[in-house]
Design a protein around this ligand. Structure first.
Ligand SMILES: Cc1cc2nc3c(=O)[nH]c(=O)nc-3n(C[C@H](O)[C@H](O)[C@H](O)COP(=O)(O)OP(=O)(O)OC[C@H]3O[C@@H](n4cnc5c(N)ncnc54)[C@H](O)[C@@H]3O)c2cc1C
Length: 457
């Protein structure tokens, strides 16, 4: 006999949970709600659609209600869950078009309500042409704006990966782009200066105005109510279009008694169970155990969202071996000819977390110099001074080839708490077409261990 399961939120986390649950077992009665009118939209393709690399933004969906219904789910779109009663084990959901409310009971609740972009409460924030970037609906607008000749200048607030991708996309569309961030570096959460200095230099070389260490204070509009300038404490900049990309806040108000981190994300264990019985949280709403610190961290990535869905479904279906013991926050970005990937904590983040770490940065040609083409690759390893446990890795690949996927095994090493001495003996291949006898990752490890004869002087 199956469970009565309610799923709140049907984007990446919710879709993954429903697909897995109903693929593994048809016994459940599953009711799912989403306040949006579409599911499974890949936001990672928004910037690619703005620049025109992705020609059809509708190709960024990988599932729909019909698929979930054909698996046996009862799906209610444009329906917002407005209340969760954890004592009665009931949710109240309101159809947004009619206002009709329904109450549905559950044995197990999967909370996958995700996150929403952080907004600024600054002067003139309600002017036209100021947007955030998350949904399909945002994508449609941002693509339209990219093709409007009247939009000559674009300001992007927030130089995280979404902000930089959008800055590049509008730059490729011929707009005058200003990229603004409060921090003094781009992507500071993921990469150290060895990578961000080079990226910043390439952003500026391309002609994008990069304004770092600047606080947004407001906007100036024209007589029609359209934004015309963005104002910061480091000056004002032309902006016919503004996109605010300064991070995401978890949508977790519906579960006020769940144990949470300061930013509101809900703490879960390796089975995605929250502190409330029979309530699971997955995706951007959840904070999972971080492999490096062993404490909860909010790592809002689609990769964790879909894995969380597989885990919660497997757990409900009694497949206990499927767990997510920890996450290492593996991520990548491909912008302005910089192919970057990182995992674990950057050196800055590790020190901020109170770890006693040292690091080693290794830059070399990827292939032997006797080959007719070589490309630069940089590897940074962050490790504990005493134990030599790897706690972070960053890779920069500067050429046609991408070496960023090597980050996968370093991510596994971090998840499995491996040391540099163990990693140095990893059985990696050598082939001149791809790498050197001492592969750049192994060389980086050996350099970190004090052996530094691999590279040509
Ligand atoms: C522009 C952009 C680019 C990105 N690129 C990458 C990338 O390259 N790689 C990567 O790993 N991650 C990327 N991400 C992050 C990734 O998209 C998120 O981690 C992922 O969307 C999280 O999925 P989720 O299902 O947990 O949450 P969400 O995507 O936030 O979905 C939550 C769903 O819940 C619904 N909901 C919320 N509240 C309610 C309610 N009360 N009632 C009913 N429904 C509700 C929402 O409508 C929504 O459909 C990107 C994000 C953006 C915005």
């Amino acid at each position: 006999m199956g469970n009565k399961i309610v799923v709140v939120g049907i984007n990446h986390a919710g879709t993954s949970a429903i697909r897995t649950l109903l693929s593994q077992s048809k016994d459940h009665e599953l009711v799912a709600f989403d306040r949006n009118d579409n599911i499974s939209f890949l936001g990672c393709g928004i910037a690619l659609s703005v620049s025109g690399v992705v020609e059809t933004v509708k190709d960024l969906f990988y599932s729909d209600c019909n698929e979930l219904e054909s698996l046996g789910a009862e799906v209610h779109m444009s329906t917002e869950v407005v209340k969760i009663d954890i004592d009665k084990k009931e949710v109240t959901a309101r159809e947004l078009t009619t206002g009709i409310e329904r109450v549905v009971g559950y044995d197990k609740l999967i909370y996958a309500a995700g996150s929403w972009p952080i907004d600024f409460n600054v002067e003139n924030k309600d002017l036209e042409n100021i947007y955030v970037c998350k949904l399909f609906q945002h994508a449609v607008t941002l693509i339209e704006k990219a093709n409007e000749p009247e939009i000559e200048s674009v300001a992007v607030v927030g130089a995280g990966y979404i902000g930089i991708e959008l800055a590049e996309a509008y730059h490729l569309k011929g707009k005058k782009v200003t990229l603004i961030d409060l921090q003094d570096r781009v992507v500071p959460a993921y990469f150290d200066t060895e990578f961000t200095d080079r990226l910043q230099s390439d952003i500026k070389k391309a002609g994008v105005e990069l304004v770092l260490g600047a606080r947004l204070t407001g906007y100036v509009g024209d007589e029609d109510g359209n934004v015309k300038q963005i104002v910061t404490d480091r000056g004002s900049f032309d902006a016919d279009l503004v996109i605010q990309c300064v991070g995401f806040r978890p949508n977790t108000e519906l579960l006020p008694t769940a144990e949470k981190l300061k930013n509101g994300s809900i703490k879960v264990d390796s089975t995605m169970q929250t502190s409330i019985p029979d309530v699971y949280a997955i995706g951007d709403s959840a904070a999972m155990i971080h492999a490096v610190t062993g404490t909860h961290r909010h790592v809002a990535l689609a990769t964790n969202a879909v894995k969380g869905g597989v885990v919660v479904a497997s757990q409900i279906n009694g497949v206990d071996a499927v767990r997510l013991e920890n996450v290492s926050g593996t991520n990548a970005i491909c912008v302005f000819d910089n192919k970057l990937a990182s995992t674990g904590l950057s050196e800055t983040a590790a020190k901020d977390a109170g770890l006693n770490v040292v690091s080693s940065y290794y830059l070399d040609n990827d292939r032997p110099e006797f080959m007719n083409a070589t490309e630069e690759v940089g590897v940074k390893l962050v490790f504990e001074r005493d134990s030599l446990r790897l706690v972070g890795a960053q890779i920069g690949s500067y050429g046609e080839t991408s070496h960023t996927e090597c980050i996968f095994y370093l991510s596994l090493a971090i998840q499995k708490k491996m040391t540099l001495t163990e990693l140095a003996m990893t059985d990696v291949y050598f082939l001149p077409h791809f790498n050197k006898p001492f592969n750049f990752i192994i060389s980086a490890i050996l350099q970190a261990l004090g052996l530094n004869y691999m590279k040509k002087a």
